[in-house]
Write a protein that binds this ligand. Sequence first.
Ligand code: PLP
Length: 374
Amino acid sequence: MISCANPSAQFLAHQQEIESAVLNVLRGSQYILGKEVEALEDEFAKFLGVKSVIGVANGTDAIEISLLALGVRPGDEVITVSHTAVATVAAIESIGAIPVLVDISPDTYTMNPDQLDEVLTSKTKVVIPVHLYGQSADLQRIMDFCEKHNLYLIEDVSQAHGAKWQGKRLGSIGHIGCFSCYPTKNLGAVGDAGLISSNDNSIAEKVRKIRQYGWKERNSSLIPGRNSRIDELQAAILRVKLRYLDDSNNKRIQIARSYTDDLINCNDIQLPIVKDGNEHVYHLYVIKSRFRDELLRFLSASNIYPGIHYPTPVHLQPAYKNRLRTSINMSTTETVCSEILSLPIYPELLLEERSMVTKNVTNFFECIIKAQKS
Ligand SMILES: *Cc1c(COP(=O)(O)O)cnc(C)c1O
C-alpha cells in the first residue's frame, strides 16, 4: 500500500536519535516549557532567520494567538482564502473576528491578489495568505497591498516549513509566521504542536504571554491569556527533525522532479507550477485533471491512495455555508476542488514506489482514457 503521507517512516529513519531525545526528557524533571522548548525556539528562529520563535499547542492556536497579539478584536475583518485547511478560517472566527474569503489563482492555487481591493473595508485588519502545498503565495503583491492599507500580514506556513521566497525562508517575511507541526507536515511532531515566528520583539513578547495565562513571571497575569503550551517531548522530537528538515525537503523535491519527468507528456494533467523566486518544498504534489475521480478509483485498485486537499472549499462546508463573506467570483476555488489530486509524497517514499505511482497514472491515461476517447 502506498499512502499520501507516512509520518512513522520518518520516525524509523531517525529512530535512535528520536528515542534518545525522548528518554532524555522522560528522565529529566521538567515536562512543559523547559530546556527543549527553549532550544527548539532558538534553533527554529536561526533556521528561519527571525528574531523570535514561540512554541504553542498546535497550528490553529498559532493563528488564533497571533491575531490576539496583533490586537484584532471581535468584529474586525481578516482576509484569507477558502481553499485551505479549515483551521485557517476557524482560528479567525474563534476570537470573534470575521473571515473574508477571496479566490485563488489557477496556477499556484494560492491567494488571488487581484481580489483584495474588492473585499477591503474600514474593518479590515489582517491578511493571511496560505503558502499552500509547499510554495509561497504571491507575497510581493500581498505585501504591497498590506503596506498601502496599513494592514498586518500573517503568513500561514503550515504547509511550507523551510520553503523560500526570494531567498528568504517563509515565515520571516510578514509580521508573523504561523506553523503547524501536525505529524504529516514537513516538520512534524508525534502529536500536536505549533510554532509562531516574528521579527517584532513586542509582538513576540505578547505571543509569549498569551500562550501561558498572560504571564511574564509566574502567577502574575499581565494581559488576558490562555494555555497553549508546547510540551518538552514534542519539542525534543522536533529538534531532531529540524536538523534534517532541509535534507528531507530536498528528498521531497527529488521525488517531485521524478514525478514531473514521468508525467510531463501526459496532456490530461496539469502538473504543479512553481513561480519564479519560489523554492517549493512539496508538502503535497498536487496534479489536476478532469478525470480525477476515475483516476482516484483506478489508483486505489492498485493499492495507491492519493489524497484530496481539499475536497470542499471552507465557504461551502456545512458549518460555514451561506454565512461567510467571500469575493463575488470564487470560480477557481469552486472548480479545482473536483479536479485536484495529491500524489503520495514524503521523504522516505522509495524509488520503486514512485515509479509504481507514475506507471499507474500513465497507464490510466494511456489505456483507459484513450480507449474512452476513441
Ligand atoms: C495543518 C494546517 C493548519 C492547522 O494546524 P493544526 O496543527 O492542525 O491546528 C493550518 N493551516 C494550514 C494551511 C494547515 O495545513
